[in-house]
Design a protein around this ligand. Structure first.
Ligand SMILES: Cc1cc2nc3c(=O)[nH]c(=O)nc-3n(C[C@H](O)[C@H](O)[C@H](O)COP(=O)(O)O)c2cc1C
Length: 449
């Protein structure tokens, strides 16, 4: 385990400013503001080659370089963390909020920004309280406000609580929500770096990305780039959940394998059961199976294997899992969270959920599987009907953002991996996994509420 961002997590009360400072906190801020120009700080981040930790994996230094010479410009931290199975940002915020605040101040300095917002998911009650306290204490210590540490640099940070909509994690929907509009994604281009908050240049970065900035400044971009693999530098926090013996957040060097994450960190599949599938990078990613487990945790290696690293949420499912039920549950999430702006997503997600539920409840029809794939192809026209699914099939898509395509993946990846299981559901009029367990289709229906 190579911990960089999680080093202070187990330290008692590291969320308090005095404790954070005792543990070396705010040293990077002093170094950046007193001995480096904004350009030098930005250059270190570029040298680190860190790629965004929010899902898309875009190189942070390159994104920062897109800002035109227009002012005011803004820095917005994405702390919405709605992707099912992802819980790393919450832990970073609850247990080490000053790391994020310090990273935000340094990043704002590098980007010549004087106003920044941290958009935090509404449900993160403890996280919001800790973050608000951290920001208040940072003002008190002279790390925020006017003439920070006696320099010419001014910065205000606002903690803005969202209302718990998954779509508000999408950066343009987040910006609309922050402006007080409906949280609906915008067409890109223009990208936020050119036209973002209040139509001004805006950098949106994930909590984990910005939390790495103080370490990059302290130890240098070259040090950070020496960790990980050639195209995926540094460490990354993986949220391991599902049927493992020890779920949790694990920070590892990129390049570690899924097998090591599950066996060495998660202590293997629960009860010694056989593995059925792994969702490798959040609910939007194509499922992996046993033979994929030696794939390194690396943006490009996972893409080459047909899926994506995404937000780093690794969900393990053992042999007792019903693929139909899992698909229905995932698609229900996307259907519920669709903002409704694009017809293919609004209607398509709802129909996919209805059809999957019908199959799961034992009322499936023989034509339902082709129907599901046909509804999916209304959102992602390049979707194939056979063989293992690849993430590349979701391009192009008929919607503004990738929420709809994510629902297609959540339906088509399990359907194409476990088609026989879906067919058996239809043939038996029941879940074969429930046979002999005493669980009836009615019980399942009732458990859904
Ligand atoms: C539907 C949807 C939800 C998203 N949710 C999040 C989220 O909760 N947190 C996050 O950082 N990025 C999320 N993203 C990605 C953001 O749009 C954006 O790429 C990211 O915040 C950029 O930060 P990074 O470059 O540091 O990764 C989401 C994207 C989509 C399409």
């Amino acid at each position: 385990m190579t911990e960089v961002l999680l080093t202070r997590i187990s330290e008692p009360e590291a969320w308090r400013i005095d404790r954070y400072k005792e543990l070396g906190g705010y040293e990077a801020l002093a170094k950046a503001l007193k001995s480096m120009t904004p350009e030098e700080v930005a250059e270190e981040v570029k040298t680190s080659e860190i790629r965004g930790r929010g899902g898309a994996g875009f190189p942070t230094g390159v994104k920062w370089g897109f800002l035109p010479d227009v002012y005011p410009r803004y820095l917005v931290i994405n702390a919405d963390e709605g992707e099912p199975g992802t819980f790393k940002d919450r832990e970073l915020i609850e247990f080490d909020p000053h790391q994020l605040v310090e990273g935000t101040i340094i990043a704002a300095y590098a980007l010549k920004v004087n106003w920044s917002a941290i958009y935090i998911r509404g449900e993160m009650v403890l996280g919001a309280a800790r973050l608000e306290n951290a920001v208040r204490d940072a003002y008190g210590a002279g790390y925020l406000g006017k003439n920070i540490l006696g320099t010419e640099f001014d910065l205000d940070i606002v903690v803005h609580r969202g209302a718990g909509a998954y779509i508000c994690g999408e950066e343009t929907a987040l910006l609309s929500s922050l402006e007080g509009q409906r949280g609906e994604p915008r067409l890109k281009p223009p990208f936020p770096a050119v036209e973002g908050l209040y139509a001004k240049p805006t950098i949106v970065n994930n909590v984990e990305t910005i939390s790495a900035v103080p370490h990059i400044v302290n130890k240098g971009g070259a040090w950070y780039a020496s960790l990980g693999t050639e195209k995926s530098r540094g460490t990354k926090i993986f949220s391991l959940s599902g049927h493992v013996n020890r779920p949790g957040n694990y920070e590892v060097e990129l390049g570690t394998t899924f097998r090591s994450l599950i066996d060495d960190y998660g202590l293997g599949v629960r009860g010694g059961n056989k593995l059925k599938a792994v969702i490798p990078g959040g609910a939007s990613s194509v499922w992996f199976v046993e033979e994929d487990l030696d794939t390194p945790l690396d943006f490009d290696a996972i893409a080459a294997a047909g899926s994506m690293l995404g937000s780093g949420a690794v969900i393990v499912m053992d042999e007792t899992t019903c693929a139909v039920r899992a698909a229905a549950r995932l698609v229900k999430f996307f259907s519920h969270e669709s903002c409704g702006q694009c017809t293919p997503c609004r209607e398509g997600c709802a129909w996919m959920y209805k059809i999957l539920t019908r199959i799961e409840e034992g009322a499936g029809r023989s034509e339902d599987l082709d129907l599901l794939l046909s509804v999916g192809s209304g959102i992602t026209p390049a979707l194939k009907t056979e063989g293992r699914m690849a993430m590349s099939e979701v391009l192009p898509y008929t919607t503004i953002c990738v929420l709809g395509p994510s629902a297609v993946t959540a339906m088509a990846a399990p359907l194409r991996l476990f088609r026989e299981e879906f067919e058996e559901h239809i043939r038996l009029g029941a879940c074969p996994k429930a046979a002999g367990t005493g669980i009836t289709t009615q019980d399942r229906k009732a458990s859904r509420g």
